[in-house]
Structure formats: structure tokens, C-alpha cells
Design a protein around this ligand. Structure first.
Ligand SMILES: NC(=O)c1ccc[n+]([C@@H]2O[C@H](COP(=O)([O-])OP(=O)(O)OC[C@H]3O[C@@H](n4cnc5c(N)ncnc54)[C@H](O)[C@@H]3O)[C@@H](O)[C@H]2O)c1
Length: 359
């Protein structure tokens, strides 16, 4: 198979935790350049995932000037997603950009416009769509098994798991806290399942209530309250033009036992579904309330080794097939744009106390 020549921009957590191992497993990409502001990170990534001839840069514009690069991965903090992605498309590269698409709706819109203008592929790293439970539920939704979905909950709630590395607590770099960081995954899944991107209005509340506490019990070690300039939880209420409602809950730290991340609960006229104990589809059947739990792990084969394809592997495959065969993207930029718009509206509603109406 023809190898696609790519460049990696940002060689930190998500590069090493998701993309680089998945690109290696895929085998159809050749990473010809690595870029990070911290040169050692780019060099380390080259050593582990590159070839002898892979180049190392600290300025992404130099990487983009390389004519033989077909696509780039934008794996930097949120602040630079839009500028780097736009420059990359203008430089004739396809783009896989990490979530969230951008800090603001205006920036995200420019990304979509640039993709249209240049004809380049632009996709966003919402890998949760490729999970076995998500793809099963998406098929059920597409098949109308749930009927009209008129109420949904998008879950992104951690009890105490504030990220303490990188710039996650920095408003200027990230554009927000848990809402833009993990709320984005939950809302993306929800809108995709509902196949509904027509938003009427958004209201919400945004809190910074636990960020200054000294006794933190945090899963990722102590955070520094003095640099915690984002919210620690946010809640949104979204009304769709067809009358459906979505409740979005996002938190890195909340006094609750009801934790769920990158999950969705759907209530339709024919059935409901949630991901609270594996994927569960609930309905009334033969006049009894019943719950269906698809076996997504083994396929019922006793000797199965459990090595099913990872979500991050499917993400790479979809990107590769879009580039080389013109196959349809799963995560379309226009969809990620609506996610960005809703998140921004929740922040605005939190600030002003007013409902935000969409056109
Ligand atoms: N899909 C997911 O589930 C998921 C999970 C974690 C993070 N992310 C996203 O990935 C992005 C990066 O997060 P991370 O955890 O890897 O952060 P990180 O801080 O670990 O890594 C970011 C890297 O980018 C580098 N960098 C910053 N600006 C740069 C620039 N202009 N040019 C080149 N390099 C630059 C930094 O030096 C750093 O090494 C964020 O947008 C985050 O939301 C997505």
C-alpha cells in the first residue's frame, strides 16, 4: 500500500499516548518530520517513531514548507489548533487536528472555510466515536431503533481528576477547563448519535468552586490553585430546533459518585440507551420492561484473545482511507464546528446569565 508521508506538530501527551503508537501499528504512514517547541520532545519522538531521515523542527512553519508532506497532525494545546491547521491547509496539507477543534467558534469557522477553499481534508480527534459501544449505538440510532430521540444527556464528569500536566489549567492556552476539554467529547458523541446539529438555544452555568481547595485527593497529583484559571465544572442545557433537549455535564472535580466520561444517555420514543454499565438499550417488549446488553468484547468465541481493533486504530484508518481513497470522514469538520459553537455558548451563558439563541 502507498505510504502517506506525514508531519507531527506537538510531541506531548496525546502524540505519545494516542497518535504515534496508532500510526506505528497502522504501518501505512511514514512520519517524515516531527515538530515541538521543546526540541528534545521532537527528537525523542523521531527516535521512537521516525526514521533516520526524519526531520526535526521547533517552528511548525518550517515543517509545513516541506513539499513532500501530504498530511499533518496538529497535537498542540487548544490555542494553536486553528492557526496551525489553517496554515497547514494553505500549505496544501491534509489535517488531523486534536479536539477541541478550536478555542472559539470564529476560529473553528475559519478552519471549515479553509478546508472548503483549499479542498483539503480536515478531521478532528474525536476517537470515542470509534469505540465498539459507540459504533453499535450509532447503528441502532441510524436504524431508528430508538425512535425520535427527544432527551439526551452528555456525560463528562470526573470526581477528582484535574489534569496537572501541560497547560490544561490555563484559560489563555486552552479556552476553558473541563467543558472544552472533556465536555467536547461527550457533546460530540451525543449530537452524532442524534444526528442533529440544528441548535435553537443554549443556557448554562459555569463554576470554579473546588479549585482553591488544599486537600485535593486528585487522581493526577496535586494541582496548583494559583495557575487554575479555568472552571472546574460546567453544565449546559441545549434546546434543538426540533424540540429535543440535551443536558451536558462536565467536570474535573465534583462531589459526586455519579461519574461518567465520554458517555451519552439517550431517550427516544421507541427505546433508550446508556453507557453506564456497558452499553444498555432499554425498551418495553412483550409488555415488559427489558434491557438489552450487547456483548461487544468477545463475539462469544471462547479462545478469542480480546485484541479487537482499538478506537485510535480505526481513527488512523479512516484518515488514511479519506486521503488515499477519498472515503468519507467519520468526524466531519462541520459537526465539530457545532460542538465548538455550543461549548462557547455555555461559557457565554455562564458569564452573562442569559440564554444564547442561535440563528
Ligand atoms: N483526544 C483525546 O482524548 C485527547 C486527550 C488528551 C489531549 N488531547 C488534546 O491534545 C492537545 C494536546 O494535549 P497534550 O495532553 O498532548 O498536551 P501536552 O502539553 O502534553 O503536549 C502538547 C505539546 O505541544 C507542544 N507545542 C505547543 N505549542 C506548539 C507549537 N506552536 N508548535 C509545536 N509544538 C507546540 C508543547 O511543547 C507540547 O510538547 C490538546 O488540544 C488536548 O485537548 C486530546
Amino acid at each position: 500500500m502507498e505510504k502517506v508521508r506525514i508531519g507531527i506538530i506537538g510531541c506531548g501527551g496525546i502524540a505519545n499516548g494516542k497518535h504515534l503508537p496508532a500510526i506505528k501499528r497502522n504501518g501505512n504512514f511514514e512520519i517524515v518530520a516531527f515538530c515541538d517547541l521543546i526540541k528534545e520532545r521532537a527528537e525523542k519522538a523521531k527516535k521512537e517513531y521516525g526514521t533516520e531521515s526524519s526531520k526535526v523542527f521547533t517552528d511548525y512553519k518550517e515543517l509545513l514548507a516541506e513539499k513532500d508532506i501530504t498530511a499533518v497532525y496538529v497535537l498542540t494545546p487548544n490555542k494553536s489548533h486553528a492557526s496551525i491547521s489553517i496554515d497547514a491547509m494553505e500549505a496544501d496539507k491534509h489535517v488531523m487536528c486534536e479536539k477541541p477543534m478550536a478555542k472559539t467558534y470564529t476560529d473553528a469557522k475559519k478552519m471549515v472555510e479553509t478546508a472548503k477553499k483549499t479542498g483539503k481534508i480536515l478531521t478532528i480527534g474525536y476517537q470515542n466515536r470509534y469505540r465498539a459501544d459507540s459504533t453499535y449505538l450509532k447503528r441502532a440510532c441510524t436504524n431508528d431503533d430508538l425512535g425520535e430521540i427527544y432527551y439526551a444527556r452528555a456525560h463528562a464528569v470526573r470526581r477528582r481528576a484535574v489534569p496537572t500536566w501541560g497547560v490544561f489549567l490555563n484559560e489563555e492556552e486552552q479556552g476553558g477547563g473541563p467543558l472544552i476539554d472533556i465536555g467536547t467529547h461527550a457533546l460530540d458523541l451525543t449530537l452524532w448519535m442524534m444526528n442533529n446539529y440544528e441548535v435553537e438555544s443554549v443556557t448554562g452555568s459555569v463554576y470554579r468552586k473546588l479549585a482553591d481547595q488544599k486537600e485535593q485527593g486528585n487522581a493526577f497529583g496535586e494541582w496548583d490553585p494559583s495557575v487554575f484559571t479555568v472552571e472546574d465544572s460546567a453544565f449546559g442545557f441545549v434546546k434543538m430546533k426540533n424540540g429535543a433537549t440535551i443536558h451536558l455535564e462536565a467536570s474535573w472535580a465534583l462531589n459526586t459518585l455519579d461519574v461518567d466520561e465520554a458517555k451519552v444517555s439517550l431517550c427516544g420514543t421507541k427505546a433508550g440507551a446508556d453507557m453506564k454499565d456497558g452499553l444498555r438499550i432499554n425498551r418495553v417488549q412483550y409488555n415488559k420492561q427489558c434491557v438489552e446488553k450487547p456483548d461487544l468484547a468477545s463475539g462469544g468465541v471462547a479462545f478469542f484473545d480480546g485484541k479487537s481493533e482499538k478506537d485510535s486504530d480505526i481513527e488512523q484508518k479512516v484518515f488514511y482511507n479519506a486521503i488515499t481513497k477519498g472515503e468519507e470522514l467519520v468526524v466531519k469538520p462541520e459537526q465539530a464546528l457545532v460542538v465548538t459553537q455550543v461549548l462557547e455558548a455555555i461559557y457565554e451563558a455562564g458569564r452573562t446569565g442569559k440564554t444564547v439563541y442561535f440563528d
